[in-house]
Design a protein around this ligand. Sequence first.
Ligand code: MSP
Length: 679
Amino acid sequence: MRNTNSFYITTPIYYVNDVPHIGHAYTTVAADVLARYWRLRGHDVFFLTGLDEHGQKVQQAAAKAGIDPQAHCDKLAPQFQELWKRLNISNDAFIRTTDAPHKSVVRRYLQDLFDRQLIYKADYTGWYCTFDERFWTEKDVVGGLCPDCKRPVEQLSEHNYFFKMGQYQDRLIDHIKQHPNFIRPESRRNEVLGFLQTQKLGDLSISRPKSRLSWGIELPFDQDCVTYVWFDALVNYASALEYLPKQPSFDRFWPASVHLVGKDILTTHAVYWSTMLMALNLPLPETIFAHGWWTVDGEKMSKSRGNVVDPNKMIDAFGADAFRYFLLREVPFGYDGDFSYTAMLGRNNSELADDLGNLLSRSLTMIERFANGIIPRSRINPSLGEKAGEVVARVHVHLDRLEFGKALEAIWELVQEANQYIDKTAPWKLAKKPEERAHLDEALLHLAAALKTLGVLLYPFMPSASKEILRQIGLTWEPSVFFPAAALNWDDLPGRTIAKGSSLFPRIEISSDAITLGLKEAASIQKTAPQEKGAPPVSDTSAVPQPVPATATTPAATTAAPAAAAPTPGDPAQITIDEFFKIQLKTAKVISAERVPKSEKLLKLQVSLGTEQRQIVAGIGKKYEPEALVGKMIVIVANLKPAKLMGIESQGMVLAAGDSEVRGLATILEDVEPGTKVK
Ligand code: MSP
């Protein structure tokens, strides 16, 4: 029996009938997050993934490609292995069911069960579905169609070997009842229990005549048959421990801590595998967790629809970390979810580029400017300790429960809090007053400390970004670092020289055509060059006359074109509602802001409208320091003809209150998406 300090996590082994898609990437990324998390917690982790290479599906795919099945598997296997490398998957081993040692374990198990009369031979007639590779009974089949995949079934009669699965029904029910974490989430547990408590569990046909299917492991007791693909595939979880790295490891790692599977293969795991293990006198896994399925733009993903999401393209466009983040943030684990390129883009640009990326670059810019790039020695403000401590505890709880989305939400609270802290403490103001030096140092250390906590917490989810955050704040990554202690240890920060680097997550601009085309044209994606975010002003003075609108307006026109004077009721200058609707007002999030050189009033803003980024030159520099605006949701006139101010193009106008002087920016109270229409 394995010791409590070990953690064994598996993904399903994927059929090599085609190249990997988002569904495969999903489970594998989730498993990777858990593997990395448990390693951080000091556990002895074994993370297994691999390929299911036998069976009808693979045989058919090989036949279609006109090559021998083994050659077909050898050709496709590297596509999975390379994808896992690109996605930063830290699996300890990779199993292929055509590995000779795996095949011998399957044959040993079969022989053992046969010798103990738990496998018997019988004639069988039934309705066979080639696609699902299984027989159905008369009552299952409606209108000649498979109840599962709705494809036509055919009547077949053959001699067959059966595993006495039915005799374990009561034991399995008891096991599920006594182990609330055995099948998760709970709704899936109830489904399996409901089925086991209302229907009689039959025996399982575990052989296929070679005449019908040759691509499989030959039964040790009958040369004319191969074993059913599931009897071969499920055994991978145990056979890997006998011959793959971290060997000898059966006692060290069995039973598995978590089998991660998609909802469609829960029955094979919870019922077939569990009863097989009972028959083999082996302990059952601790948890089988069934996740939901992705649809794409609301539709089922399929080759025939042409909407299969290729993980490689997502990595090309967004990078591995952003894709990993999206998969686990977008949908609560266990539920079905919908994938869309717009949603991926939105999360990349707002949460990764604007929130996290900006926090890093603003903080480092300030440490560079106000502390010569060295993290100051100061005290840690207790407010950070409190918030970070709370977030770390929540991440801990959520990851223990496989609630990846909630863990990320908690982490983002810390990101937001740190961004708000910058706005609140306004270090650029403190920097102007020598008597505030201590306060300024405290603020800068506070930011470095928040970044360290984030760097550690994000490691399981986004390993490269995590290492980069830590590198930029002058730390070298220790993979053996112990969680949660490391996340809350800030003693190693003061005195470190920061290493400001390129932006962590470039914003991605993509034409809406490319979005509808499903990102097929990778060329149409442009990563925007890293912005200097939140750079403190170089100079506050300007001798140059300001191109402020000639006519003062309410709200104050703060950019290019002068607006009409405000009408009073009955005024001929009144406009109709249709005229008003010609003006497109939209929410926009300020991504970066800097002073226009030699101008006291003008600020150059980069704003995000969700899928689009604009540059706006606004006459609000007397009222606002650029740093104070980053992250704010403002309102802009989005369909104003571009104009140049002091030689800089302005692609819109910011709305602000005030007459000859700007008194305040129009902002939005609620947390709406950038690019939302305002009317
Ligand atoms: N070979 C078997 C598993 C054997 S495990 C001992 C198999 N392979 S598969 O390649 O068809 O599917 C592998 C996994 O991909 C399953 O967990 C399945 O749920 C998952 N997905 C397939 N399409 C999916 C989505 N559209 N969304 C999420 N996951 C999906 O089954």
